[in-house]
Design a protein around this ligand. Structure first.
Ligand code: ADP
Ligand code: MG
Length: 665
């Protein structure tokens, strides 16, 4: 209602942060670093940047604001550009990996923390920024945690630089202490009580339980929108599908007028235009039911939510020592996160939160706070980056919470295997080049191997295709048709080459959109891949790496692919069943793989990643020759046998059962 009847300017003045605008600006004037705490929706993300602009901080520099999530960076920049009545990308812009929507006029720049981190590589003092706002710092994303250490140095070197750290109530004191007891500014909250309802018994199928609960609310409870927290895209789609089905069933089985329900998914891979829908008012008074990942916990604020349904679960990237890699796994959320979720129901009026878990689970099983990402994920990129910033010993870096030594060593080991670090842990020539690419070390390695093997043109396409969401479109009601379309692109020995093949055919068809539709391909995904490709190509140019091609002789491309994935090499054990060569971990061919069901099961394969669903499935697989693994392996980069300190160390580490492993069990 409110959003419709009031102008944007009026809406701005109604936000809680507006009542403390002048005091806040005063504190910023008097201090170099300030921690700002406020409830979700108080106006931190959209208003702080504008206040700073109004107070003169965009003269001789710009205001930057980091976000842990891409979706938030995009959506908030759009909102602020509307509030400032300027085109997105003009005065207000955003930058996320492979997408820079800023220009020469940009004075307020939203970006992911990863983008700012990479900017510190080019400009250690971040001279173009007068102010940086580290937003959503309580999320403790990996990049934010590294930025903390880096920005602390910038603060010390540049007296004219201001740093604002924003946080939900969580962690504020810790942030203040880290920067030397800087002031904590509280934005007075305006929240309403939320009634918490627990499940009486542990819930077996939370998708089903959530659907039931949402339908019950819709039919029996007063107006107010519903927000459901799920763990990821698949579940969200399943929930939306089930809700739509129940609604349809209800409408056709009763003569009464069933109130309308507008079912809206939101997750990071959802196209931007569909994401924007959650902020719009539903048609003719329908009740909105938003089904979200934890993105709606704090980074996006939707008004009008009166009911929250919380599954109590979320997906987290966790380094799994057994698999030797990060995996997205479903975990119970922390108590702090559950409270945040519940709070979403009390923004507009008193609300209700239905927890699909028991009170005893909340009290006894959930951790009080989430574990910072830096303590649970692979640090490959961080290690590369810090090494290139001349941080020789990572254990000396000023981390707010240092990562476990085991994590650092694992990541260093993986970089050593890829040839990015030498035996004493310093960056090699390849390592230095890898830092230049905004890519995971594996993909950067593949690219550089493409240079060595003179097929970089082909590898570039594969890397670009792997950097975007899957381009294969598989609507539920046309599954067979789309599978058949997909099979036409198969290169039997490789999913990676299949991606290359798709891209080349699209190119041969003049990058046409209708051609994509005919072949069950996402045109947006392919266009994105093309954009990524051209950006990576620019980097190759600045590095003076020539664009070599192997034409259609793709065996050499498979070699380059092989060289990136030593840690993900597997050998055949049974029908469609493989084991990881390094750790014996079982892994299976996915039915969607080009290698599946073609009567062709190679003895050795490498894979891009492992997906844990009902089984451990290899995602994106390529057949390789065992001698390549030997030939291209770590020894290829003239690693001397004599200096094995790192390997020794790693062995010792492995023998001791680490705290992390125990925790995970
Ligand atoms: P905070 O960062 O303190 O959580 P925000 O600045 O994100 O708060 O949000 C302030 C207000 O702006 C919210 O009430 C929200 O409804 C509105 N808002 C934020 N982003 C958008 C958007 N993309 N579209 C519409 N409204 C938005
Ligand atoms: Mg915010």
């Amino acid at each position: 209602e409110f959003a419709k009847s009031k102008s944007l300017a009026q809406q701005r003045q109604y936000l809680p942060i507006f009542s403390v605008r002048d005091e806040l600006l005063q504190v910023v004037r008097e201090n170099q670093v300030v921690v700002v705490v406020g409830e979700t929706g108080s106006g931190k993300t959209t208003q702080l940047t504008q206040y700073l602009h109004e107070d003169g901080y965009t003269v001789g520099g710009i205001v930057g604001c980091t976000q842990p999530r891409r979706v938030a960076a995009m959506s908030v920049a759009k909102r602020v550009s509307e509030e400032m009545e300027t085109e997105l990308g003009d005065k207000v812009g955003y930058a996320i990996r492979f997408e820079d929507v800023t220009g020469p006029n940009t004075i307020i720049k939203y970006m992911t923390d990863g983008v700012l981190l990479r900017e510190t590589l080019k400009d250690a003092d971040l001279d173009k920024y007068r102010v940086i706002i580290m937003d959503e710092a309580h999320e403790r994303s990996l990049n934010t945690d590294v930025l903390f250490g880096i920005l602390k140095k910038v603060v010390a070197r540049r007296r004219d630089f201001k740093l604002i750290v924003t946080s939900a109530t969580l962690n504020a004191q810790k942030f203040s202490n880290f920067f030397g007891s800087v002031p904590i500014f509280h934005i007075p909250g305006r929240t309403f009580p939320v009634n918490i309802m627990y499940s009486k018994t542990p819930c077996e199928d939370y998708v089903e339980a959530a659907v039931k609960q949402a339908m019950a609310i819709h039919i029996t409870s007063p107006p107010g929108d519903i927000l459901i927290f799920m763990t990821g895209q698949e579940e969200i789609e399943a929930t939306c599908y089930a809700l739509a089905e129940r609604m349809e069933h209800l409408i056709s089985s009763t003569s009464k007028n069933v109130p309308k329900l507008s079912i809206l998914p939101i997750y990071s891979q959802l196209p931007a235009d569909l994401q924007a829908k959650i902020f719009q008012k539903a048609e003719d008074g329908a009740r909105k039911c938003i089904v979200a990942t934890n993105i709606a916990e704090t980074s996006l604020t939707v008004d009008g939510i009166f009911y929250v349904i919380d599954t109590g679960y979320g997906k987290m990237k966790v380094y799994n020592p057994r698999m030797g890699m990060d995996a997205l796994q479903v975990f119970p959320v922390s108590r702090a996160a559950a409270d945040q979720r519940a709070g979403r129901a009390g923004r507009t009026g008193p609300g209700t939160c239905y927890r699909l878990f028991t009170e005893s689970a909340y009290q006894n099983e959930m951790l009080p706070n989430p574990v910072p990402e830096i303590q649970r994920t692979n640090l490959g990129n961080v290690v590369l980056l810090l090494k290139s910033l001349k941080v020789e010993n990572l254990l000396d870096f000023d981390f707010m919470d240092p990562p476990p030594q085991e994590n650092i060593l694992n990541s260093m080991y993986q970089l050593w295997v890829l040839g990015a670090l030498n035996n004493v842990g310093a960056l090699t020539e390849i390592g230095w080049k890898m830092v230049e690419f905004p890519l995971d070390p594996t993909l950067a390695k593949m690219l550089l191997m493409g240079e060595k093997l003179e097929c970089i043109n082909e590898v570039l396409t594969i890397v670009s295709m792997l950097s975007v969401p899957s381009v294969f479109f598989r609507p539920k009601d046309r599954a067979e048709e789309s599978d058949a379309a997909r099979e036409k692109f198969f290169v039997p020995e490789s999913d990676h080459l299949t991606l290359l093949n798709v891209y080349l055919q699209w190119k041969n068809n003049n990058y046409r959109g209708d051609w994509c539709n005919d072949h069950f391909l996402h045109v947006k995904g392919l266009r994105k891949a093309r954009e990524v490709r051209s950006q990576l190509l620019d980097i190759l140019k600045t590095l003076k790496i020539p664009l070599t091609t192997c034409g259609l002789d793709w065996e050499v491309v498979r070699k380059a692919i092989c060289s990136a994935y030593f840690h993900n090499a597997a050998r055949l054990k049974g029908v469609g069943e493989y084991v990881n060569c390094r750790n014996g971990m079982p892994c299976h061919l996915h039915p969607s793989s080009a290698l599946y069901g073609l009567g062709y099961t190679p003895d050795h394969v490498v894979y891009h990643e492992l997906i844990l669903t009902t089984k451990e499935y290899m995602q994106c697989v390529t057949a390789v020759e065992p001698q390549w693994l030997a030939e291209l392996g770590p020894m290829f980069f003239s690693v001397k046998d004599s200096d094995t300190s790192l390997i020794e160390h790693r062995k010792r580490q492995k023998e001791e059962k680490t705290a992390m492993e125990e925790e995970m069990e």
